[in-house]
Design a protein around this ligand. Structure first.
Ligand code: MD3
Ligand code: FE
Length: 213
């Protein structure tokens, strides 16, 4: 979104060139998004994957859409099949796709067409170490991220791993759209604090919509 076109109370918070926070954008959609997550998890249960370095991820993950993100002893990649079931990932529910497109449009990205939605589940104590998202084919397409449930502190760095980081609190219903120059910036999530959220109990969920293939 361009600065100056909207009154300040409607303006998005710009974290870095191409990175917009839409506070509360998912609040109305949250019950439907959580119902969709439950349906996805019935078909493709959350699992803790093991990275090539042999570390079990504390974040539990699943995916929907044509492609899902996987890691194992051989690397990181998007795959058309769920390695646990051998079958395709569950389709991306229309309500999820429509929501992601609305969020991308609100951040100035017309006609966003994600083909993968990674679903992360965090229990208290769970963290996501600093990383870049570079397994997608087209780094020009934005990523739409939706936070649900327990709050988190997001770590947002720069193009280089050692670049300074800012801490961004993310609450239930917050949406972040990452595109442009910030698309390949390093980022992570600090350990989630103990807590209870009325919509999700003892969990935080994060949806990331990506154009992976
Ligand atoms: C910044 N997830 O799944 S979403 C991930 O809250 C991931 O679960 C975090 O990082 C979470 O890969 C953060 C926000 C996010 C997603 C992609 C980005 C931030 C990004 C790509 C580039 C820069
Ligand atoms: Fe990431």
């Amino acid at each position: 979104m361009q600065a100056g076109l909207f009154p300040p109370e409607l303006a998005t918070e710009v974290l870095a060139p191409g990175a917009c926070v839409l506070r509360g954008f998912a609040l109305d959609a949250a019950p439907g998004l959580l119902a969709a997550i439950a349906e996805i998890a019935r078909a493709a249960p959350f699992r803790h994957m093991t990275t090539p370095g042999g570390f079990r991820m504390s974040v539990a993950m699943t995916s929907c859409g044509a492609l899902g993100w996987v890691t194992d002893a051989t690397g990181y990649r998007y795959a058309a099949h769920d390695p646990e079931s051998g079958g395709p990932w569950p389709a991306m529910p229309e309500a999820l796709l429509a929501f992601a497109r609305r969020a991308a449009a609100a951040a100035g990205h017309a006609d966003c067409r994600p083909d993968a939605c990674l679903v992360n589940r965090y229990a208290p104590g769970t963290k996501l170490s600093l990383h870049q998202d570079r397994d997608e084919r087209d780094h020009g397409a934005p990523i739409v991220s939706v936070s649900l449930g327990l709050p988190a502190v997001f770590l947002f760095g720069g193009a280089r791993r050692k670049d300074p980081q800012v801490r961004v609190p993310l609450a239930h219903g917050d949406v972040v759209v990452w595109g442009g120059a910030s698309r390949l910036f390093h980022h992570g999530v600090l350990p989630i604090a103990q807590g209870h959220h009325p919509a999700t109990g003892a969990y935080r969920y994060n949806l990331t919509f990506r154009k992976a293939g």
